[in-house]
Design a protein. Structure first.
Length: 186
């Protein structure tokens, strides 16, 4: 039996509250945005509503279809396509902002450095990147990798300047503990 999109553990039912907070506070200027692992497209739809030109990617064709439908039902247009965080189908330096709410933490250790490199590549000069991942405060078990702060600093520190770091939870049915970082491309 196929799980309904609204019952998926990563479906918050709306845009990420921290994304909304940062946009509302003017911390992320409007421009070209990339939504990585868009899932049902809630963050992409929110960004479009805020005036961003959005490219949204997901490795799952059914997620891309759902995100496109959600944008269309809201009367909005964004560019939704199948894509992989390890090989982002976007030109070098094309976006000013990239958003990843729960894609990076599903990568295996061997793919993480490549993904960081790809995000860095597609961001323009001083581009911003918002990342939310499972934290090591979430009890061990099934699901994505639980990152430590040290791991995140080691993975991103050479290519990004961390502007803000905070603990939180993923909104959705299970509310797992998370770390989030707003970073600027070096």
């Amino acid at each position: 039996m196929k799980t309904k999109p609204e019952a998926l553990p990563w479906n918050a039912g709306g845009p990420d509250p921290d994304l909304v907070r940062l946009i509302s506070a003017g911390r992320i200027p409007t421009g070209h945005a990339l939504d990585i692992g868009t899932g049902p497209g809630h963050d992409a739809v929110f960004l479009i509503q805020q005036g961003f030109n959005v490219i949204a990617i997901d490795i799952s064709p059914s997620a891309v279809k759902l995100a496109r439908e959600n944008a269309s039902q809201a009367g909005l247009f964004g560019f939704f396509q199948q894509g992989d965080i390890r090989h982002i189908p976007v030109e070098d330096g094309f976006v000013e902002f990239a958003n990843d709410r729960g894609c990076f933490h599903v990568l295996g250790e061997a793919d993480r450095v490549q993904a960081v490199s790809e995000i860095h590549r597609v961001l323009g000069r001083r581009g911003l990147f918002l990342l939310r991942v499972f934290s090591d405060k979430e009890p061990p078990g099934d699901g994505p990798h639980r990152f430590t702060r040290k791991e995140l600093d080691e993975l991103f520190g050479a290519r990004f300047r961390i502007l803000e770091f905070w603990e939180g939870v993923f909104e959705g049915p299970r509310r797992p503990k998370s770390y989030s970082m707003l970073m600027e491309k070096k």
